[in-house]
Structure formats: C-alpha cells, structure tokens
Design a protein around this ligand. Structure first.
Ligand SMILES: [Zn+2]
Ligand SMILES: [Zn+2]
Length: 260
C-alpha cells in the first residue's frame, strides 16, 4: 500500500510545482528544512518515492537527471501523459510549437548540441503553420527560456535539463538515428564530445569526470586517442558521481544552517 503524504511531502511538492526543476543540493536542503536532521541523502529519494506514488494516477512524476551544462543532478516534475511536444500546447500557439520543433532539429543535428539565434531566426519565415517575424521569434525564444525548455548563453540555444529529462522518450523516438546516449551516464548526449574513430559520445561534464586524471586520454570504447580538450567543471570536481554529498559548498553551508 502507498504510504500517505505528510504536510512535508505536500510542501515539497508545492515547491517542485512552482519551480518545475530543482538542483539536487537545493532539493536536499529543502528536504532537511522540512524533515529536521535526518540528513542521509538516500532518504530524499525515499521521500520523493512517497510523493511519486501519489502522483502516479495523475501521470506526473518527479524524476532525476543530470545537467549537460554543469554535471549537477536535478529533479524535475514531469508530465508523463503527453509523449511529445503537445504537452506544451496549452502555453504555445501552433506556429510557436513548430518553431520549437525546428529549434530542436537544429540542436539535435548540430555537432555541439546547440543552435545559434541566427539560425533559429531564419526559421521564422519558413514555418508552415504561420510565418513569424524576427521580433516574434525572439519573444518565443525568451518564453521558452523562461519556461525552462531551452537555455541560452551568448546567443546559443541548448536543450535545458528539464527538457532533456521530460522529453527524452520523445527525442529518442523522433530522432532515432541522430541521438546517442553518453557512454558514461547513458542519458542522451547533446552537448558532448565524440570519438573520431568509433563515434562514442560523452557529455562534457562526464568527460571532465572520466578523463580528469588521465595524462593520455583514450576513448573508453575503442581505446583510440581522445583528441578533444578535456573540459573542466568546478561542480564535477567537487561533487561525487552519486548525490551522496551536497554538491556545492555554499548550499551545504545553507543546509547546515537550516538544520539548527
Ligand atoms: Zn553523460
Ligand atoms: Zn572510440
């Protein structure tokens, strides 16, 4: 039988509902704030299991995934009823969804897992549903970033952590031949490095972790020389592969404060 939710579970769920996605050390701090000094992080997953059991009939789920941007773990509240982009149809018009699909095409087809604003702007007058002026495309992109479907940095758009967690089944189905899992964490890899001889892909933060102490980096699959610059992520060097520790120093101080 499902364990009942307490007020702590309900307050945690309310916070998840308003933020949509939450970094795991924040989720842990929130959990500690609600539940006092039971600090073993394994208990956060148990705590979330109780909420997930109640969410199941509504086809909702709190799911964990890793950010391609910083390698940190995040929890996202995902809708499992809709299996594709139609889940966004209450918030976006048809041509806005078509623009999002085209943006996703550009990101998935690119080597670096990103699409430039120029390329996305050019899609505006090729939309079949209804053409869009540049200004309108910019507004839609701002909303997609605000709603946490896309990330933007220096005019480059990437899929957000929430988008990858929530849309993974859709993306795997839609882009079967184009997408590949990361050889390290097995989640889909967009912002990644690719082996030039066997096409194995590794996320940038996963590569940072895997190649960290390798003077002569080799592909984990074919053992050929890994020719890419090994990325460095402060969050990856601090954190453990599993969330057995609070990930970032400032947050762990905060959670200690909250525990008093
Ligand atoms: Zn990975
Ligand atoms: Zn290889």
């Amino acid at each position: 039988m499902n364990r009942p939710m307490t007020d702590h579970h309900r307050r945690f769920l309310q916070t998840m509902m308003s933020s949509g996605v939450m970094e795991s050390s924040k989720a842990n701090a929130l959990y500690l704030n609600f539940c006092g000094d039971q600090s073993a992080p394994a208990q956060l997953d148990e705590f979330i299991d109780v909420i997930n059991a109640q969410l199941q009939p509504m086809f909702m789920n709190i799911r964990k995934g890793t950010s391609e941007d910083n390698g940190l773990e995040y929890y996202a509240l995902v809708n499992m009823a809709e299996t594709d982009i139609t889940r966004m149809s209450s918030d976006y018009a048809d041509n806005e969804l078509e623009l999002f699909r085209k943006t996703m095409d550009l990101i998935v087809e690119s080597e670096r897992g990103a699409a430039s604003s120029t390329d996305i702007l050019n899609c505006g007058d090729r939309l079949q549903t209804k053409k869009m002026k540049k200004k309108d495309v910019e507004n839609v992109l701002d909303r997609l970033v605000h709603d946490k479907w896309l990330n933007e940095k220096h005019g480059e758009y990437t899929l957000s952590t929430r988008c990858v967690i929530e849309m993974e089944p859709y993306i795997r189905n839609m882009y079967q031949d184009l997408v590949k899992p990361c050889a390290m964490c097995h989640s889909l890899a967009f912002q990644s490095q690719t082996c030039e001889s066997c096409d194995v892909r590794i996320h940038l933060p996963c590569a940072a972790k895997y190649f960290k102490n390798h003077a002569d980096p080799q592909c984990p699959s074919c053992k050929e020389y890994w020719p890419h610059d090994i990325p460095v992520f402060p969050s990856v060097s601090l954190s453990q592969p599993t969330s057995s520790q609070p990930n970032a120093a400032p947050v762990s101080t905060a959670s200690r404060r909250l525990r008093k």
